[in-house]
Design a protein around this ligand. Sequence first.
Ligand code: ZN
Length: 155
Amino acid sequence: MVREIALVGDPVLRRPAQPVKKVNAAIRQLLDDMVETMRAAPGVGLAAPQVGVSKRIIVIETEEGLLELINPEVVRSSGREVAMEGCLSVPNKAGEVERATQVTVTGLDRQERRIWVEAQGFQARALQHELDHLDGILFIDRALSLQDLTDEGED
Ligand code: ZN
């Protein structure tokens, strides 16, 4: 089921999300809904607070495939690079954000098994962006520059 995406100004986006205690059917349903919502938007990532659920769950979909992570944490990061980002909760804005080039993230999958992901480039950026959502941080808080994508006469 596609869920409604919370927009900037909604307090749920600013609240630190709570760890998931047990990966049960309700959590798996939430993951399904998050993937469906992300694809419908369309977007490359979504964090549970963006669908109004203050839990530490993210999904991302990049060239490397779909990744679902519960209670994700960065265990290693290296390098710095600046690139453009946007966010489904901050429509019509884009900005340059500095992120680590490579990150190693660990978390639980939908079977509650621990997994590790070594990501770089765009996938690493998407992971860091979604992890920020779990701490109530939006990319506009980190942006070095911000562009308004409305009223540009795009056609
Ligand atoms: Zn976002």
